[in-house]
Ligand binder design. Sequence first.
Ligand code: PBG
Length: 325
Amino acid sequence: MAGTFDRHRRLRSSAAMRNLVRENHVRVEDLIYPLFVVEGTNIKEEIPSMPGVYHFSLDRLKEEMEEIAALGIQSVLMFGVPEHKDYCGSEAYNDEAITQRAIRQIKADHPEMIVIADTCLCQYTDHGHCGVLQEGQVDNDETLKLLAAAAVSQAKAGADIIAPSNMMDGFVAAIRQGLDEAGFAHIPIMSYAVKYASSFYGPFREAAHSTPQSGDRKTYQMDPANAREGLREAASDVAEGADFLMVKPGLAFMDMVLRLRENFNLPLVVYNVSAEYSMVKAAAANGWIDEERIVMETLVGFKRAGADLIITYHAKDVAKWLRGE
Ligand code: PBG
């Protein structure tokens, strides 16, 4: 029989041999950690459906940032949760709003930290949609002006990367033009290019207070049944000047990570979203799964599918595990 079949097990014979032939790795540099910042003082409040993830006021954000930096995490994704919400999301493009203040504070304390600003209107509008409404419908082109203004305001505050998550048509072009005209031609855009209308955002909407008050996001976020449409979305964003492409959510959409990797050469980001985190945390709290192994297998799966960067609420735990803590 010898020689008539392949001996794949030769390369799995010991831990050292497996290390030698390992194709993909998760590094702390690959991780982007989302942060939720609120107004007020002395607030560090756990989000009930996301154990280990908190709302921070700016003063308490300081100690969190010390910990994040000490863990070697080098990029964070900012979500400001303002108290004042109105019809057109004016806190999104107010230079003194919570998101802008948080960005300024982090850049002052940690100039080397990459601060990525999520650019959307849903946390800022009283109706909770990602754009302005005209007769109950999201008005695409009116929204673009506000998104560009929000991106410029975030860049002025010191954001290193603008990450628009709103899924309007033409948002990359509008934001690119806005940034360029305001003197921010050097600031890259990380486009949430392939973003689905997903039930996996539930815990985030609790955290960001961004649930739509009526209707849903299905007229702007993608149908989870579609793959080719994702390639069209990504092609538009590349043509409009995106510097990074993102797929969101992660686990149920890993095929899209692979498809984008095969079709485009921009750095590729996957968002391991809130419910993916909550499900792991709930099962781990019940003692049903080995949390560390489940998380590391998930993240290396994203790398194997072709992701370069991973936005994940597990980032702090992963940074500790990578150090063997
Ligand atoms: C804003 C935005 C959302 C998420 C990131 N940016 C929510 C949404 O589109 O409803 C979700 C992130 C997560 O679930 O972790 N548009």
